[in-house]
Design a protein around this ligand. Sequence first.
Ligand code: AMP
Ligand code: MN
Ligand code: MN
Ligand code: MN
Length: 338
Amino acid sequence: MASLFVFNTPILNSPHGVMLMPLLPNALASVLPTAFDADQRYSVDLHMHSTASDGALSPTDLVTLCAGRGLTHMALTDHDTMEGVEEASRAAQQAGLCLVPGCELSTRWQGINIHVVALMPGGLQGPMIEGLEQQREARIKRAEVIAERLEKMGLPNALEKARAQAGSDRPLGRPDFARALVAEGVVADWAGAFKRYLGSGKKGDVKAHWPEISEAVGWVVASGGVAVLAHPLRYGLTRRKRGLLMDTFMEAGGQGVELVSGQQNPDATRDLARQLVERELYASLGSDFHFPGSHAAPGSMSPVPRTAAPPIWQHPRLAHLRDAPSGMLGAKPLNQLS
Ligand code: AMP
Ligand code: MN
Ligand code: MN
Ligand code: MN
């Protein structure tokens, strides 16, 4: 059957985006390529969000969507939490796709809020347990500071309003404040909320509570994980400064960089690939999916160029990912996830 062989290699480009493929027997469906060939789409997405942070879909619904879109490998990478991983693992086992436990850590570097994707094949363990506890407290304190600032700028009871938008008791994020600003008519839309109040360099962009990037990378590496620098083209850095960020990240033990995150300019991607190759960094890819209807969909991202940077699943710590049968990556039963 031809489609089996198609699926053995990455999902092919189609004018309508990622081709929808039926789920195939796991042994065949889970094979990932050993190198990035030019302009192909992949059945793997290693950066996505659920309701455990600022995503719209529950972990189960996210996994179902991924399975429906023909993904074979996915990582759940909610902001500063792995609370959704257990539910996602159960759903992934049912759907027959391979789930990599993970999260996206908020960190600081030279006064900029930098994100680090932690791929945690063994689940939540080691220093990451305390690291995520620290992040949780940081996020709660940060929300109070953001609320104080927004109150001074015309949003009374900001904390309560953001909480109402969150619709659960998870620690608040800037998107909850963005929704509150829109709901109260302070700004016309979500983009305006970030542009005027919450985006990089604005009053509501409070970074002081986050750890230095090196500290956060240290947690990941010491906990059996693989640290991936998230969306390096989205920080507004010059090429030189981006290189310095990568150097700091590597010195701390960081192993990979998102070569493709969502939709990117192909020239910028090729240039980024050269920076990875120079440093012998692994290349990761992800949609950064948050909600249906946005420009990003699971497994939908710009093509990966041909590059000598090895795919992140070639990293020894993710070796299982290459031919994982199904369910959660790693040997631990779900109930031992701490
Ligand atoms: P937080 O983790 O609370 O700092 O919030 C960061 C999240 O806010 C990101 O992951 C995005 O989902 C969203 N976000 C950040 N900057 C922007 C922006 N300029 N426009 C729209 N959404 C943004
Ligand atoms: Mn987000
Ligand atoms: Mn991010
Ligand atoms: Mn993200």
